[in-house]
Design a protein. Sequence first.
Length: 482
Amino acid sequence: MRNSPFFSLIGPDPLCLRLFLFQQTVFITGVRQTNPVQADVSFPTLRAAVVAALTLAFFAVTALNVQLARADYSRRRPTIPNIQDALRLDPLNAYGHTLQAQLLDQSASDSSASWNLANQLDPRNAEILIQLAIHAERKGQLLMAEQLLLRAARLNQTFLARWSLVNFYTRHENNEKARIWAKNALHRGSGDLRALFTQIESSGLSPSEFLRDALPPNRKLLLAYLRYRVSQPDGQLILEVSRNLCQLIPTQPDAWPGLDFDPLSKWFKRSFPATAEEAAVLNSAIERLISLGNGAQAAQLSNLLAAISPESFGSWSENQLVMNASFRTKPSQNPLDWRLTLSDSVSAKVWPDQGIATVLLSGSQPQAVELMTQVIRIPPNRSYRFEAQTQSGSMILNPGFSWTFRDLRPGRSSPPQITIPHSTDWNHQSLLIPASSEDRLWCVALEYRRTPGTVRQEQELHIRSVTMIPVSSQNTQVAARP
């Protein structure tokens, strides 16, 4: 309705025009002769004619407004009879012809005339130009289709017009131009961009070249590309994309290209911390690296996340492999942090103010259950000693608690478990982990397993620290003695 010339004449609110006409009518009918000598004897006749004309215009505008409203009502219910009725009431509305063309396309009918008429009424509409280009391409008129798409991209600086050119050049194996317009599309990117990333990589641009030369430094784009990289089987560039993303936090606003600037930066230095979505995707990237067996990159990414996270949960270090070893912070969603089991029969909780973790068993717990777990990366060629301090909160002599170790690499043997004895005082457990030439990923777990010949009972266990610190070669030789 807004495309109608009548609507542009009467303005966006016909009610305002009716009030204006009514005001002018009152003004003219209220005119008084201020100079009797110059008075026109035909003034009453003129006044009556003006009043009649304004009244007629008032009712004409009202009727036109009703007619356009009926046309808009029909367009909001796009069926072929309704659209035909809307075009009869408002034949100069380009959107009505666009709807008619779309309905004809859905019914596999010829819609060229409707698209051409819509283009005549609204020649700067990129969507109409794209549809005309599709029809020209189907007819084999490739040059005309390309010109229409280029015109749409020139008139409408949006993602849709540029993405249409990427698809056009890809279909006709013009990878060079497809790559150029893909880069341009990224500068207007938003939403789900997985298809665009796939298209760019299929055009011959390697992921590393794309990250270095084509991807703009934008938090939203980097987050979308990181999500895409995590979903790929090869898992390439996860750490590199994550590093580029973390470098923009917290200086750049979290917005799509064109909106990623701070208008107050000249006067204020503001901070834009990591969002919950960014933290979730970075955690999934760490999880993906762990599943690929790349513990070194998982640890590096965990440290990057710790540096930008508003919640401090510590970082990984070769001198202390266990994160949150003294339980001074609540476990985060980081895959290298503690994972606690919580159910109706089992409860594991960390108390940062006391620096301990507590495990409670209700007496109806499963026969065997992992209560606390953490994935630990063990660097090559270094020996470590695992140490833990626990205290029993119940009087059961055979509690069934133990520390277990599982190598996440398939086909690798795991070290022996450490049984946790009953002790009302703080008890120390220790295990030497010899060096290996390989980079290892282990899962350390506090496990409960019912001791044969006993029944399940309510139990409580406190853990004060869990550490894995390096030992020197001299200490390793001493510790290795029987």
